[in-house]
Design a protein around this ligand. Structure first.
Ligand code: NAD
Length: 489
């Protein structure tokens, strides 16, 4: 099957923070891969804008090195790097002062291309940049801004940030990025749900026993301890990424696949979330690796805060109060320094109402697994008869719904979430970006949970390095005669 790459219109993309970690690891290599795929038109420009004093040639060298280091196999196989580098420019700019803004305004003047500004800088600078874009005449009606996470640290700060951005830009110009939504499989989840007759009739509490969402990481907090200790897993992962996944799984079918129709349905899910009872929350902190404390210290050592009460792991039992989901719990968990790096959504269907195969009573359930990383794919566990003689023995087999072999394997493997989302920004498609009311509603649900454990002086439970989290997280499910799915790659 031939992949269809539809070129986007000519654009100028300004990356504030163009020398930073995110730009070097994700944004620039992603743009290069899109260039190699033929999606970026001749004449498009990528303009790095940051505080460090470089000229364009020096910056092109930075971009070259970033692509060589982080571009991946597809970039290695592409010999157009020199052509791509010709699209790159650089402006030394101070987000908090006037330095560099005239140069940027001159560079952007007199073109009728699509203008996009990627705020790949600390959130404290978002307002400064928005204000100066306006001041220097760069915030015209067609301009788009891309805003990175974290979007606030509670409802008050998120509201303030929304208000600031709304002073200079309309909502249809603001792209709040959540890279989980850019993953191929997340979109495939919507295709599977809304493009088939099979699943939708079963997609409710009558047929679904429970749903699990796991985002397990093997990394610790090294390098970003200051930020993380002020945030914790709830703010860093649940309020945004896990919440978005939960919305896509739980939402009603939108009337059409348009940005606001999809986001309206996601918002309804968030608004239907029940407050979470304290006994449905398990927070944890990872311990050092025994015998290797130097290299893999405990959470508290890593963040240099021996009394830290911030969680590096959280598990929650969430209920959605609507007709579709009343009675079906959603178990979500995420943590660092766990056994495997794995993100997975699992829909566990109920037992058949009557089991005619007495020997196998209660042992087989249909399970739909949506793997987001490291290997993207969707499988449906179905029960069949074990082939061969020997009676009616049942086994569960996975039905692969990704069909990688029949699709263009190159496209599937190499379109990273960031490159897909950046192309959506250029196309002006906001479907996979969070709207202001969604972000605020998510904080509205999150805030009381955090305030609750702060008021109770809750101390996270220790869990072993390389484990699956605190034992209490397993007990929470066992109390309900359920089990977490095994964390596997
Ligand atoms: P970084 O510290 O590596 O880079 C920051 C960039 O901002 C640098 O280019 C620096 O020159 C520039 N900068 C700093 N002060 C400036 C000023 N006053 N004026 C102009 N430029 C200035 O940060 P990062 O890791 O690249 O993160 C950028 C944003 O992306 C943050 O909001 C972060 O939360 C978010 N983010 C990063 C990652 C990641 O993997 N790095 C992942 C998700 C979200």
């Amino acid at each position: 099957m031939v992949s269809r790459v539809i070129p986007v219109d000519t654009f100028d993309l300004v990356i504030f923070g163009g020398t930073g970690d995110l730009a070097r690891r994700k944004i620039l290599p992603g743009l290069f891969r899109r260039f190699c795929a033929g999606q970026i038109p001749a004449g498009a420009r990528v303009i790095g804008a940051a505080r460090s004093a470089h000229n364009t040639d020096e910056y092109r060298q930075i971009v070259r090195e970033a692509i060589e280091e982080f571009g991946g196999a597809r970039a290695d196989a592409c010999d157009h790097l020199d052509d791509f580098l010709q699209m790159i420019e650089y402006v030394v700019i101070d987000a908090r002062g006037d330095d560099g803004w005239k140069e940027l305004a001159d560079l952007m003047a007199g073109t009728d291309r699509i203008e996009a500004y990627y705020f790949s800088v600390a959130p404290a600078l978002f307002g400064d940049i928005a204000k100066r874009l306006k001041k220097w005449g760069l915030a015209d009606a067609g301009a788009r801004i891309v805003v990175e996470k974290p979007f606030g640290r509670d409802l008050t700060t998120a509201r303030a940030l929304n208000k600031t951005l709304a002073t200079y830009f309309n909502e249809d110009q603001i792209y709040r990025i959540d890279h989980y939504l850019g993953k191929e499989t997340v979109q495939n989840l919507m295709a599977v749900r809304f493009g088939n007759m099979l699943f939708e009739p079963l997609w409710n509490s009558q047929y679904v026993d429970h749903i699990q969402i796991t985002v397990a990481e093997t990394v610790g907090v090294a390098g970003r301890g200051d930020y993380y200790d002020n945030a914790g897993a709830m703010r860093d992962m649940v309020q945004n990424h896990l919440m978005q996944l939960l919305c896509l799984i739980a939402m009603e079918p939108p009337a059409r696949f348009s940005p606001d129709a999809v986001r309206d349905e996601k918002l309804k899910v968030i608004r239907a979330l029940e407050p979470v009872e304290p006994h449905h929350i398990v927070r944890g902190q990872y311990q050092a690796e025994p015998g290797n404390e130097e290299q893999h210290p405990s959470y508290r050592t890593a963040v240099e805060n021996p009394r830290s009460r911030t969680e590096s792991f959280i598990a929650l039992r969430i209920e959605i109060s609507n007709w579709r989901w009343a009675g079906t719990p959603f178990y979500v968990r995420t943590g660092k320094r766990l056994a495997e790096r794995s993100s997975e959504i699992t829909v566990v269907f109920k037992d058949t109402p009557h089991n005619i195969f007495e020997e196998d009573a209660g042992r087989h359930r249909n399970v739909l697994s949506i793997h987001l990383q490291p290997n993207e794919g969707i499988t449906l566990g179905v029960t069949i008869k074990e082939p061969g003689p020997g009676g009616m023995r049942l086994i569960d087999v996975p039905l692969d719904m990704t069909f990688a072999e029949t699709l263009d394997a190159d496209e599937i493997e190499h379109v990273d979430a960031y490159e897909r989302l950046i192309m959506d920004v250029i196309r002006g498609n906001q479907t996979l970006f969070m709207r202001c009311d969604e972000v605020e509603a998510a904080w509205e649900w999150t805030d009381p949970i955090i305030e609750g454990w702060e008021a109770r002086n809750d101390v996270p439970r220790p869990y072993d390095f390389g484990s699956t989290g605190p034992i209490a997280a397993h007990e929470m499910l066992r109390r309900e005669k359920r089990e977490w799915r095994q964390v596997t790659e």
